[in-house]
Design a protein around this ligand. Structure first.
Ligand code: NCD
Length: 274
């Protein structure tokens, strides 16, 4: 396998690498900076080259949204999307689903549960994938954040918007905090960060005051003092480390299923997920 991370990563890249080792495979750590991509080679040619060298599967992270769409209908090699720009991060959403199933006790128990996703919703690929995935398990979602970070696209049923965090928390069984994605901001949102923790951050005290000590998830990396305070990250309600733990078996399962099924792509086909 090849891990081709054209954008920074700690958790996703390493957990894929550990997953590959645990499955008995090995990987090429494809380094974009020292590769022929820097000489103008296309990603398509790069993938054809990796395939010719015996690579079965390539895990790609890119800062360009939808960059992998060109391979959707005839992929030159099996591909896993490790996060593409602001578009999607499907394997993160799947490992979060796994974590939620563990917290709820079973997938069936997720039906009717409400989770609030808080923060920079328009720039978060994790948020976009969760919005597609979790309602399929019967969950209701509240999207909460500053008005300028709330999505303008059509929302699936069972997904609502709210700008008042305390109101959203009172209705929630789980909270999912998103990192403010400053590196993806095309506009200046500085005014939004004044009092961000007060308006859209979660602290242990906030949950205690509301008498709503619910599990708090975060995909990491987190900005302590922005979307979370230090105390909540040290509390038993904080799930980020369990999410990382779960990322290895979930990514093992994803790799295993992609290598062993006959599908040439994974995603939505004729209305059904494959
Ligand atoms: C996320 C990412 O890279 O999209 N992190 C991750 O994969 N664990 C979230 C983020 O960067 O905020």
């Amino acid at each position: 396998m090849a891990t081709s991370f054209l954008e920074n990563s700690t958790r996703t890249k390493h957990s894929f690498e550990v997953a590959i080792y645990k499955l008995g495979g090995f990987f090429l750590d494809f380094n974009a900076e020292t590769s022929s991509l820097k000489k103008g080679e296309t990603l398509l040619d790069t993938l054809i080259t990796l395939k010719a060298q015996g690579v079965d599967l390539c895990i790609i992270r890119t800062s360009i949204s939808n960059q992998l769409d060109e391979f959707r209908n005839s992929p030159p090699i099996k591909i896993i999307n490790g996060g593409d720009g602001v578009n999607e991060h499907p394997t993160q959403a799947l490992l979060d689903l796994f974590t939620l199933i563990e917290l709820a006790g079973s997938a069936a128990n997720l039906k009717g549960k409400t989770m609030t996703i808080v923060g920079d919703l328009i720039h978060s690929r994790v948020g976009h994938s969760l919005i597609k995935l979790l309602p399929q398990y019967g969950m209701s979602l509240i999207l909460c954040g500053p008005p300028e970070f709330l999505p303008a696209f059509e929302l699936p049923t069972n997904v609502r918007l709210k700008t008042h965090l305390d109101e959203a928390i009172l209705e929630s069984d789980f909270l999912y905090m998103l990192r403010v994605q400053k590196e993806r901001h095309e506009k200046n949102y500085e005014h939004t960060f004044t009092d961000y923790i007060k308006n859209y951050g979660v602290s242990l005290k906030r949950l205690q005051d509301l008498n709503k000590l619910v599990p708090v998830l975060h995909p990491g990396p987190c900005n302590i003092g922005v979307e979370l305070d230090l105390e909540i990250t040290k509390s038993k309600f904080y799930q980020a480390h369990f999410q990382v733990e779960n990322s290895v078996p979930m990514r093992m399962a994803i790799i295993h299923s992609i290598l062993n099924n006959e599908h040439t792509h994974i995603g939505k086909k004729n209305g059904a997920f494959t």
